[in-house]
Structure formats: structure tokens, C-alpha cells
Design a binder for this molecule. Sequence first.
Ligand code: GLV
Ligand code: MN
Ligand code: MN
Length: 399
Amino acid sequence: MSAVKLLAEIADVGKDSGRGGYSRHVFDAAELELRQWFIEQAGLRGLAVRTDRNGNIWAWWGRPARGAVVTGSHLDSVPGGGAFDGPLGVASALAAVDILHARGFSPTKPFALVVFAEEEGGRFGVPCLGSRLLTGALDPDRARGLHDTAGITLAEAAAKAGRDPANFGADPESLALIGCFIELHVEQGRGLIDMDSPVATGSSIIAHGRYRFSFSGQGNHAGTTLIADRNDPMLPAAAVIAAARHAAAATSDARATVGRLVPVPGGTNVIASTVELWLDARVPGNGRTATLVEDIAEVARTAAAEEGCEVTVTQESYSDDVVFDEVLRNRMDQVLGGVPALPTGAGHDAGILAAHVPTGMLYVRNPTGISHAPAEYAEPIDVDFGAVSLAHVLEELAG
Ligand code: GLV
Ligand code: MN
Ligand code: MN
């Protein structure tokens, strides 16, 4: 089946009528439905499915063995995200298997598809949970204790979905099976529009991290509390939002975003008692993200002190710069007859795996240039071209 048709099959799953787009978060009803869909699709293709100790799903073409050519992506989304970020890579992997079957190809190398759990960190905050746990980059105790906005821990959500959270942790056996990993992904910017190409290989990912700022003050009445008497944590939170923009604008190629802010209790006529905000900061060059965040944290401490509030800053995740395997990229480039190579500011499970195994990415043009929003798109002709390109690459690597 074509990748376009496969995506059409899941087009109604996890639609978010409030925010627009899709909200599919690890172990929620929509994501569980997508997992089931993938397992069924893998079964239809004669692939043997197994879910690993961290909730990543593997579908093997033939017997699992070391040195496997692996392709896949994720099925979860950001809140109100697009239809392509993640599912495009999964649908293209399934479509590539169909293309290879139709060509009468059977791999001489071990071959598997994979769906990683919670790539976006949309529910539990830490991105690339499944690949971080697999590679040992995330402590399983910390993972078990992560909680969503309703206070449900990852351990509870996993157990409810039939997974045993006691099993979370580094999985050297699964990791050792991967000979190389290729992730196809919708492009999340305008690179391919500008280059007028339907696909590109990935060259690098810039360093990025997430930082939680917790401000506490004194909850109080919006009408009776004189301005001079307030300890309003929204004030230092606002200072951080502005500081993030100014610091990023003053730093070459930096990005800093506050997209999530939670005042408690959140009443129109109530001075908040606490405000929690998440800063997403990305600066190429290892160590430069930390410097940017420290400048912003200094603003937070000064603004909090001026307002009689407290602040704590916690690093929730961090990934250094990633440069994808050049040998693999050149091989992909040759198979595809010469395509552009794109650096990106977006994080991927491929970026986590790149520290352990040769890893490559294949991007598919997004004519809106918009991602993490309902306007994210890929033309059907480009989606199918991407799947065919992936099939060519897999045939070369596994043949
Ligand atoms: C994932 O898409 C990220 O870059 O946050
Ligand atoms: Mn994403
Ligand atoms: Mn993604």
C-alpha cells in the first residue's frame, strides 16, 4: 500500500477538535490505537512484532539478528500537531516494505521497522523517551517518575497500557541488533522549498535542551492587593519570555522558545501563587546552549528577587550537536542520484541513536514550511517519492 493510503487510514485517529491538528501522546487512547494499527500492518506484511522493555515496537522481516538495517520513526505528536511528524516515517517504512516485496526483494541482512515511544515529550516532558531509555541516556527511575499534567506518572500510564515499567532501562541487546538506522521524516522548515527538491538527506542536528522554570509567589486577590504588596510570579515569568527572545536574537543561529506556561490556580481575578514555564533552547555548538540558558536564568533570578518570588531552574533534557554518519549519507546520496543535505534544528530519535550506530535521515519536502502545527503538510506526490527513495536506500543497505 502507498504511504499516502497508509496515512489516510489513520487520518481520524487523535484529531484534536479543540486545538486543531492531532494530539497523540504516549499510552493515551489515540497513541494506543496507532500502535495497534502498526502491529496489524506489520502482521499483514508477515513481519514479526515485538515490543521492547521500553515500549518501542519492532517489526522484523526475517529473524532478529545483529547488523540489522532498521527504519522507522514515531507515532506520537506534539499537542495539536500535524499529521506527518512521525507517522510519515512509519507509513513510509511500511510502504517501502511493500515496494521491496513487489520487486521480489528479500533482504540478505537482518531488517526491521521500529516505532519509538514518546519522541515529542508531549505528555511526559522529556523528548525521545523510548530511544533515550533504550540507549541508556535516560535513567529509568527518573523516567518512571515523570508525570503528565494530570499527575499520572509514566510508570502508571505504561502499566495501564500493559507494559511493565520495572523493565524500563538500557537495552544493550536491542541496541546491538541495529547495524544502521534510517529515519524518514517530514521536513520541518523551508529548506527543501528553497532547494526545489522533494527529498534531502540529513547532515546534522543542532544542540538542544528543555529547561523548567518554577516561580513561586503569593496567591492573592486581584482587586484588593495593592501593586506594592504583590509577590506575583507572573512578572518574572514574563521577564523570562522576553529575555529568551532577546538572548536568542543576540546569539548567532540560536533559537529559544517559551511555548508552555502554567499559572496556578489560573483565575482571571487571582494573582497566581506559582507559575511554571518550559524553555526550549537550541544553539549549535556544544556548550553554547548552556551559556544562553544561564543568561536567561540570571534574568529570572533578578526578576524573581525584585518581585519577592522564588525561582528554580531544572534541566529536563539536553542533546549535544549531532553529525550524521558521513559514509551512510554518501551512500544514500549516491543511491538517490545526488540530493541536498540538510542541517536541522529539530530533534529526532535518529539523533539519539547516532551516538551508538551509523544513522541517517531522509527528509520529505513540506510545502508550508510549518511543523508542530496543523499546517504541516507534504504533497501526496512527494510522500510517495519519499517512500520510493527510502525503499531504494533500504535495498542498497540490506541487499
Ligand atoms: C521534535 O520535533 C523537536 O525538535 O522538538
Ligand atoms: Mn516533532
Ligand atoms: Mn518527529
